[in-house]
Design a protein around this ligand. Structure first.
Ligand code: SF4
Length: 347
């Protein structure tokens, strides 16, 4: 069986058809079947010659994901999907409805190697990178479900299981497919990549000439605390991280968002707020204050809402955009990695 055709960008497929001496419009025809009509067999592509369909069958297959478990939140209608991959591994994706948009949260790796102490995704260690097709298929599956109600995903966040920038080439390909009008046609500015702070990759991404949003998991205001919460900080200390984000923001003309998980009595006192303001002053940023979603395997507790409000007011007073976000799908373990861990527990 050939490779999953969804592992290839539209530009790569154009080169493929060219090498077969086919007309350039073939790529539009084929991707129309795959991404717009959700067809999973080359035989159904009736406007393509039988000879070319046979060629395609020799060189590719059309990948899909197997749904293993699905849950829906009674609180906010967030839907969580656990998919099984061809090699038996599991990944999670989340569909989050908002008033004016529908967001898909995608996984980029099976497990994670970065071991942030508050996160379920890294608890079983790293297994493997996802292929571009496996990333795109999460989105396509959820879009297919929405189609019945004439809805579609219009916002994508790479905040599921794994560190996206640690799977750099594959997520970039997936983004190019998600963004392309022949494929899923979601604007670059509606795509957010979230990172724990891989500085070299942030700088590389800033030169890709694609204006996607960058979101950085900060979660601490000094190196001592961040080293404890997020071991990656020992390699990429906090001030160097902020400098890299500034470069990203200037090169791409995007406002970088810092995610700050408010964990009770860990990173939520007045000293932390003062340090956060000092770190971020002097450039335009956005801060997302997130009330921690407790995970049964960990001892951390969410900060009370009034502390979040204190942080928000403090940041806004100094000109930093700050919002408070409640984790979605709290009743269905929607924080990344939780369903994955539960499945491992059952096995
Ligand atoms: S927060 Fe992100 S980088 Fe850290 S362990 Fe979880 S998935 Fe990995």
């Amino acid at each position: 069986m050939g490779q999953d055709i969804k592992n290839f960008t539209i530009e790569e497929l154009e080169r493929y058809f060219l090498s077969k001496k086919e007309k350039p419009y073939r790529v539009k025809q084929v991707t129309n079947w795959i991404y717009k009509k959700d067809i999973y067999s080359f035989d159904e592509m009736t406007d393509i010659s039988i000879e070319l369909r046979e060629e395609l069958k020799k060189d590719f297959h059309i990948g899909s994901l197997k749904l293993f478990e699905e849950s829906i939140s009674k609180i906010d209608s967030t839907k969580k999907f656990l998919f099984q991959l061809n090699d038996g591994q599991f990944i999670e994706s989340v569909l989050i409805p908002h008033i004016n948009r529908i967001t898909a949260c995608l996984s980029t790796q099976v497990g994670c190697k970065f071991g942030c102490v508050f996160c379920a995704s890294g608890m079983k260690g790293f297994v493997r990178n996802l292929y571009p097709g496996e990333i795109v298929n999460q989105l396509q599956y959820m879009n297919f479900i929405l189609k019945k109600n004439a809805q579609r995903i219009n916002n994508v966040v790479f905040m599921g299981m794994g560190e996206p920038l640690d799977n750099y080439e594959n997520i970039l390909k997936a983004i190019r497919i998600i963004n392309h009008p022949y494929a899923l046609n979601i604007g670059a500015r509606k795509i957010t990549v979230s990172t724990c702070g891989l500085i070299d990759k942030i700088l590389k991404l800033s030169q890709e000439n694609i204006q996607i949003e960058l979101s950085v998991s900060l979660h601490a205001t000094n190196d001592e605390l961040r080293n404890r919460l997020m071991p990656i900080n020992k390699r990429y200390p906090i001030k160097e991280l902020i400098s890299a984000c500034k470069i990203y923001s200037i090169r791409t003309k995007r406002i970088v968002t810092f995610e700050y998980l408010l964990i009770k009595d860990v990173n939520d006192d007045k000293k932390n707020l003062k340090e956060l303001i000092n770190l971020l002053q002097g450039h335009k940023w956005k801060v997302n204050l997130i009330l921690y979603n407790p995970i049964k395997w960990l001892d951390f507790k969410p900060s009370p809402l009034k502390r979040a409000v204190l942080f928000q007011n403090g940041l806004i007073k100094t000109g930093i955009i700050a919002t408070i976000r409640q984790s979605k799908g709290r009743d269905i373990d929607a924080a990344c990695g939780q369903l994955f861990l539960k499945t491992h527990e059952k096995k």
